[in-house]
Every structure is written in structure tokens, then in C-alpha cells.
Design a protein around this ligand. Sequence first.
Ligand code: C2E
Ligand code: CA
Ligand code: CA
Length: 432
Amino acid sequence: MLPSLINVSRRKSLLKKLEELTREHTAAHIDFALVMVSISNFRQINLSNGFIAGDLILEEYCKRLQSLIRPQDSIMRVGSSDFVIFIKNIVNEGHATLAAVKLLGGLKEPFTVGNKRLKVGTNIGIALFPDHGQDELALLRSAETALLESRRNLPPYSVSSSKYDTDDATTWDITSDLQKTIDLDQLEMFFQPQVYLETGRVFGAEALIRWKHPEHGYIRPDYFIPIAEQSDLIYDITNWSINAVLWLMKEWPEMSQPLKVAINLSPKMFEYQGLVETITEAANLFGVNASQLTLEITESALMRDISTSIQCLQDLKDEGVKISIDDFGTGYSSMSYFKNIPAHELKIDYSFVTNLFENAMDRHIVDSVTKMAQGFGLVVVAEGVEDQKTYDELKAIGCDVAQGYFIGKPMPQGKFVEWLQLHNNYSKILEG
Ligand code: C2E
Ligand code: CA
Ligand code: CA
């Protein structure tokens, strides 16, 4: 949850005003924009010029803001140097952007205090109703997030994007729907095959969770997993995933060597003391050898609390469970991974694999990471292999394993079992 930028009593009146506006506008189906305006250097202005100068500037700033808006729009002061503007009858995002540019342009000119001309910095965050929040709380959250985001932009404004729309209302709905889906055992586990590049034989599969919502259709895991991580639901999901995978893999046809199955592990799971026992007990219960299980962990997950994660990974390794570093190359990839982390496998992120032919640097990265990781005894898996050309190139580089649409898309259990049977027969024919 974001810390609010707004002071408590003013937040109450702001929410009240927003509640009225959202109610009024829902009925009339007219959009409006919630524009948060914040002075970025107010503290410095006060410290360097004194509080009297600060107050004078605030007064001038308010007047100027007022002169920049239309008569039908309104302003509210919500913090020591924060304001909210309600812009009515906004047609689209472009309209809101225009408003932001106009405000920034008007506030750019220095302010005169006594004989000094002082520059005041402004940041703007915009959320549109109803696109970025269907109620007052959700809308305010989106505007506050956009305001924080604007600090990274030039010019310093940001319009809330759907990316940030994990607003309270949405989160609440999804969370309760997800809880129901888990209780009713309606999540699904898909499997995406992985093959040895050298021989084409099956290496194993990555388990990828699927949620088919009765109204909204398939919901992407990279959308609902982060929401589940905000509550304890992630524990239920992980527990479900482990049991589902172990249960389903018992039905797979026998192959020439036991297949590996990789489960994605949310970073939050490292905070759970019973993780190692949960996994090993489930493997025992289903009669699966722990060495067939791989846990995929992203770099950022490891970085959260490196010493706890390393201890946890070491305990898992001691139990025979394998560890894979997922999305390698997207975070603060560091050589120390190879030295300090008890991993068995490294997955090169698909962004490098996709650009193998377009970008010489990416090819160089794939080549050198492969060699370095193999030097440390890690199995290297390339993800996102979408065509024969890429497959052949990765084979030439010396990568160990490939995963991607070219080999097979993530499939439900029935399709995956068929795929395994076909692939097994095909490998036998090839080997004569
Ligand atoms: P990821 O671990 O990087 O998973 C690989 C994603 O790439 C999958 O998306 C997969 O469908 C997609 N993919 C595979 N081959 C190709 C290809 O050739 N081209 C392209 N463009 N994409 C390919 P998916 O299934 O939507 O999963 C997205 C992310 O959600 C995963 O990224 C993982 O971080 C997370 N996730 C999925 N299942 C689980 C789960 O059971 N638990 C947890 N904690 N996270 C999960
Ligand atoms: Ca993964
Ligand atoms: Ca990945």
C-alpha cells in the first residue's frame, strides 16, 4: 500500500468530494480527471528563504493555479504543498495530458518574493474517472501512484496507466474471486515442455498456473500473482501449485529418464518458515523424488533478503530440490550468483533470446552467460524460443535446454501427456 501524500483531515474532505463526483458522473456517464499537483522543492524553498517567503510563494502559487484552470474546474489544497484539481468533461487521455502541459507551462515562470525570483518545481499525477478507478479510493490511489511516477519523467507529469490500476476496488474483487476459485479447486496447471538442445529429448516442463474467470476469461498469472502476494492468498496458491503438479506428474508416461518439473516460487514464500517442509512432505506423500522438482526464483526475489533466501535455498538443496534462477539478465545480474547461490540451473530471459539475430550485443550476452554459467556447473535453459533459427543458434552457442512456443506452448494436462507420448515415440524413431 502506498503511503498517502495527503494529510488525514484533508483526505477525508477530498474523499467526500470525490464520492459526490463519482456518484454524479456514474449517473451521467461523463468522465472527469483527478489531477494531483505537488511542489517538489517546497522544503528547500522554506529552508533557504524562510517560512515567510514559503508562505508567500504558496499564496502566489495558488493564485496562479486558479488562473490556469477553467471556471467549471475546482481546486482543493490537500497537503502543505499539495493540491488536487478536478477537471470536468474530460474526453480522453490526450485531453488530460494537455491540461497537465498547460499547468506545467504556467507554473514554470519564477515567483517573485521581495527582490528575489524563485523557481518552483511542480509534479503532476493524473487519474481519469472511471478508467483508473471506479470509486473515490481507487481513483485517489491511481492519482497518487501517477504522482510518484511523475518524478521519473520529463516533463514531470504522469497519467495513470492500466499497469497501476491495482486499485483497492479491483484488488478486493479479484482477491475475493481468487479465494473462491482456490476453495472450489478451479485453478488449472498448464505445462510447457523443455527439451535438450543437443538431442531433442525431453528434459522436463515448467508448470504455469492458469485461472479461467467465468466472466473475464483467462487472467494472466503475471497480473493476479502480484495481487495474491499482497495478501496471504499466495501461500494457498503455492500450496495448491505444489500439490497439483505432484498429483498430475504421476500420470505422465514413463520416459527414458525421469522428467524434471519446474514450479515458479513467489519471492514472498521465503518469508514462510515452513516452506521446505511443505515441499518435502508433499513430495513424500505423492511418492515423487525431490530431485525431479525445480523451483524457479527470480533475481529480484533473491535480492529482497539475500541471507534468508540463501539459507532457505541451501535447505531445499540439502533435501534434493533443484533451484533455477529465472529471468536472468533482467535484474541486477551479478557474477556473485554463480559463486554464492546454491542453484542448479539458470534461465536466460526471453528478451535476449528473441533478439538473438537483431542485436549483436544480446547474442554476445547469451553466449558469454552460457559459458560462464556452465563453468560454474549450472544447466542453462533458454526461454522464449519461437523458431527453428533461434533453436539452431542456441544449439551452436552450446546452451543446454530450450523452452518456447517453437517446442510447445503451455498446455493442459491432457494435451501435455499427448505431446509427451508423441515426442517420446519420435525420439525413439530418430534413435533407430
Ligand atoms: P515466467 O516464469 O517467465 O514464465 C514464462 C512465460 O513466458 C509464460 O507466461 C509462458 O507462457 C511465456 N512463454 C513461454 N514460451 C514463450 C515464447 O516462446 N514466446 C513468448 N512470447 N512467451 C513465451 P505465463 O504463463 O503467462 O506466465 C507469466 C509469469 O507468471 C511467469 O513468468 C511467472 O513469473 C508467473 N507465474 C506463472 N505461473 C506461476 C505460478 O504457478 N506461481 C507463481 N508464483 N508465478 C507464476
Ligand atoms: Ca518461470
Ligand atoms: Ca522466465
